[in-house]
Design a protein around this ligand. Structure first.
Ligand code: URA
Length: 440
C-alpha cells in the first residue's frame, strides 16, 4: 500500500477502506508517513469529506493509536465535557467545578488553542505554577480527593490526534465535520469517561459556521459516543459573538473566577449553567429541572469556586490568584480602541476577533509559536451595545506593543455598526441526544 495512492483516491472523491485508514493512522503515528503527505490527505478529506463509515473507522483507529485510560480506579460517575472551540470560551473552568461540586467526577483531558480559538490548557498555564501534566496515579488521586482534575493528553493518549491536530492547525484543515468529530471523539473514547457532554459552537467564531453544519457535527459525535457505550449529548451554543468579554488566557481565567463568584457576564453564566445542567443530567443526577437547580446552587453557594481553588492548588498553582485574580500576571502594555461613530454594534466577525487576539500573542500562528499568556482583548462593548463616537470599544493587552497596530486593524474590521439594535441572539440553539435533535 502507498500513501500516494491513498491521497490520490481521496483527492478524486473515493471512499477509503478500513485498511487504507489504518495504514495512514498507524504510519503517521509511527513517523513513517511525513507531515507533507499527511497534510495532503487532510486537505483532500477537507475538500471531499468522509462517509459515516470512514469517520467511524478513522475515530476507532485514532482512539486506539496509543493507550486507553481505564478510569475504574475513580469512584462514582466519571463525566467529560468538550467544546468544539470558540472565542472567549472559558466554560471548562466554570462547568467542571460546578459538576464536581455536585458530586460528578471530572477526570478531564483538555487541549490547547487551535487556530483562532483558545484552549483550556493554555488558560490554566497562565496561573503561575499551575501544571497540566500529572502521573496517572496523581490524576486518579486528585479526582478521588477533590472531584476534578484538568490535564493535557497523556503522552500516549490518542497520539494520532495529537499529531494531526497540530498539523491541521497550520494547514487550514480544521473546520471539517469528519476531522473534528474523529479528533474529539477519539480523545473522549480513549480517556474513558462514562458520559460526555459536547458543546458544539456555531456561528462566525466557530469552526462550524451554520446551525445545520453544527447539528450534523453534533449528531456525528453523539452517534460515535453512544455506539461506543458512552452516554453522550450535545448543546449547540452561539459563537456569533465572543463568549463573555475577555479573550486571551489570563484574562479568561479572571473572567471565569468572576463568573464562579456570581458576577460574570450574563451570556457566559447562562451558557455555563445550561452545559452544567446537561452534564449533571447525563451523569444521572435527575431531571433537567432538578439538575438546573443543583448547578445554580453550586454557583450561588461558592461551592464551585472552592472546587476551582482546590484544583489549582492541587496542580501546583498559586490559589491566591483565584481569590484575587487581579494578581494574575498582567501585560506590560494596553491600548484602547475607540469608536469612530455613534450607533449600535451589530454583527461581529468573531473569528476575526479571535485572530486579533492571536496577533497580540494569545494564540499560535505556527506549531512552534510561544504564547504570551497575558495578551488578549477585553471587549468593553459587544454586539447589541449602543456606542457613541469616542467610547472605548475594547482594550488590547500585550507584552510587545508592536503587535497593537495589526490587532487593532483586525478588530475594527470585525465590528459592524448600525442605527438600530440587532435582533437578540439565542445562546443555546439546539440540543442533541440519542433520542434526536431539539431546536430551541
Ligand atoms: N477540538 C478538537 O479537539 N479537535 C478539533 O478538531 C477541533 C476542536
Amino acid at each position: 500500500m502507498r500513501m500516494y495512492d491513498i491521497i490520490a483516491k481521496k483527492r478524486d472523491g473515493g471512499v477509503l477502506t478500513q485498511q487504507e485508514i489504518a495504514f495512514f493512522v498507524q504510519g503517521f503515528t509511527a513517523g513513517a508517513i511525513p507531515d507533507y503527505q499527511a497534510s495532503a490527505l487532510l486537505m483532500a478529506i477537507y475538500l471531499r469529506g468522509m462517509t459515516a463509515g470512514e469517520t467511524a473507522q478513522l475515530t476507532a483507529q485514532m482512539a486506539h493509536s496509543g493507550d486507553t485510560v481505564d478510569l475504574s480506579g475513580i469512584d462514582g460517575v466519571k463525566a467529560d465535557k468538550h467544546s468544539t472551540g470558540g472565542v472567549g470560551d472559558k466554560t471548562t473552568l466554570i462547568v467542571a467545578p460546578i459538576a464536581a461540586a455536585c458530586g460528578v467526577r471530572m477526570a478531564k483531558m483538555s487541549g490547547r488553542g487551535l487556530g483562532h480559538t483558545g484552549g483550556t490548557l493554555d488558560k490554566l498555564e497562565s496561573i503561575p505554577g499551575c501544571g497540566v501534566t500529572l502521573t496517572r496515579e496523581a490524576f486518579f488521586r486528585q479526582v478521588n480527593e477533590i472531584g476534578l482534575a484538568v490535564i493535557g493528553q497523556t503522552g500516549n493518549l490518542a497520539p494520532a490526534d495529537k499529531k494531526m491536530y497540530a498539523l491541521r492547525d497550520v494547514t487550514a484543515t480544521v473546520s471539517c465535520v469528519p476531522l473534528i468529530a474523529s479528533s474529539i471523539m477519539s480523545k473522549k473514547l480513549a480517556s474513558g469517561a462514562d458520559c460526555i457532554l459536547l458543546d458544539v459552537k456555531t456561528g462566525s467564531g466557530a469552526f462550524m459556521k451554520t446551525l445545520d453544519d453544527s447539528i450534523a457535527l453534533a449528531q456525528a459525535m453523539v452517534e460515535i459516543g453512544e455506539h461506543n457505550g458512552r452516554r453522550t449529548a450535545a448543546l449547540i451554543t452561539d459563537m456569533d459573538t465572543p463568549l463573555g468579554r475577555s479573550i486571551g488566557n489570563s484574562l479568561e481565567v479572571a473572567e471565569a473566577v468572576e463568573t464562579l463568584r456570581g458576577a460574570g457576564p450574563a451570556d457566559l453564566t447562562q451558557v455555563c449553567l445550561a452545559l452544567s445542567t446537561n452534564l449533571l443530567w447525563l451523569a444521572g443526577k435527575g431531571t433537567l429541572e432538578a439538575c438546573r437547580a443543583m448547578a445554580e446552587q453550586a454557583l450561588q453557594s461558592g461551592a464551585a469556586l472552592q472546587k476551582l481553588r482546590q484544583m489549582v492548588a492541587a496542580q501546583g498553582g498559586d490559589a491566591a490568584m483565584i481569590d484575587d485574580p487581579a494578581r494574575l500576571p498582567g501585560a506590560a502594555y494596553t491600548c484602547d480602541v475607540c469608536s469612530e461613530r455613534d450607533g449600535w454594534i451589530g454583527a461581529a466577525d468573531t473569528e476575526a476577533i479571535g485572530i486579533a487576539a492571536v496577533l497580540l500573542g494569545a494564540g499560535r500562528e505556527t506549531k512552534e509559536s510561544v504564547l504570551d499568556l497575558s495578551a488578549g482583548i477585553r471587549l468593553v462593548k459587544k454586539p447589541g451595545d449602543r456606542v457613541q463616537k469616542g467610547d472605548v470599544l475594547a482594550t488590547l493587552y500585550a507584552n510587545d506593543a508592536a503587535r497593537f497596530a495589526a490587532a487593532r486593524e483586525k478588530l475594527c474590521a470585525a465590528l459592524t455598526f448600525g442605527d438600530a439594535p440587532p435582533a437578540p441572539q439565542k445562546l443555546v440553539l439546539a440540543r442533541v441526544d440519542r433520542d434526536g435533535v431539539t431546536r430551541l
